[in-house]
Design a protein around this ligand. Structure first.
Ligand SMILES: [Mg+2]
Ligand SMILES: [Zn+2]
Length: 189
């Protein structure tokens, strides 16, 4: 089994539509379906962790989010990249919850439920909060960016930068070391 790959949803796998709440508007980003399929074929469990504060902000309901998630799960299945886990934080940032990225509660829950050590994971996302999440648990981090910087405009220090998920999948395939605990790249293991 390959190391678990923990992915952000909006702006990483699908187009960030801004508080997306209509399943019909879900669209893969370029390279996303290909990259996820490569990762799944190589034996990496795929886990999605997503901040969905639109629920807490009252912009859409939990039922709407669940409808989007059902379509999202089906899209990945159809792309040959079924998910092992899907976790989301529905809270408004002002609630100060423990699960909104970069807080680690959802990643730790995924690790407990799916039985892996958080530091053996690879965290992939388009925002500084995704990279910070990975850094906090000692995981390997990949920033997905076409522009060369985090999409929230904040500084991020990822281990790797990829143009899209297809490139991220190639990085993981080539740099097998991050998937093996105790190697030089596993600084905090
Ligand atoms: Mg994102
Ligand atoms: Zn939360």
């Amino acid at each position: 089994m390959g190391c678990p790959v923990i992915l952000d949803r909006d702006g990483t796998i699908v187009v960030d539509d801004g508080y997306l709440h209509d399943p019909a508007r879900l669209r893969f980003l370029p390279g996303a379906a290909e990259g996820l399929q490569m990762l799944h074929a190589a034996g990496h469990p795929l886990i999605v962790i997503s901040n969905q504060s639109g629920v807490g902000r009252g912009l859409f309901t939990l039922a709407q989010l669940e409808a989007v998630n059902r379509r999202f799960v089906a899209m990945l299945q159809e792309a040959g990249a079924p998910l092992s886990g899907l976790y989301f934080c529905p809270h408004d940032p002002r609630q100060g919850c423990a699960c909104r990225k970069p807080n680690t509660a959802l990643l730790l829950r995924a690790a407990a439920e799916l039985d892996f050590a958080p530091s053996t994971g690879v965290v992939i996302g388009d925002k500084s909060s995704d990279i910070e999440l990975g850094t906090r648990v000692g995981a390997t981090t990949i920033l997905v960016t076409a522009a060369g910087s985090a999409s929230d405009g904040r500084p991020a220090r990822p281990d790797y930068t990829a143009r899209d998920l297809a490139e991220a999948a190639r990085i993981i395939a080539q740099a097998r070391a991050p998937c093996a605990p105790g190697t030089a790249l596993e600084e905090d293991a």
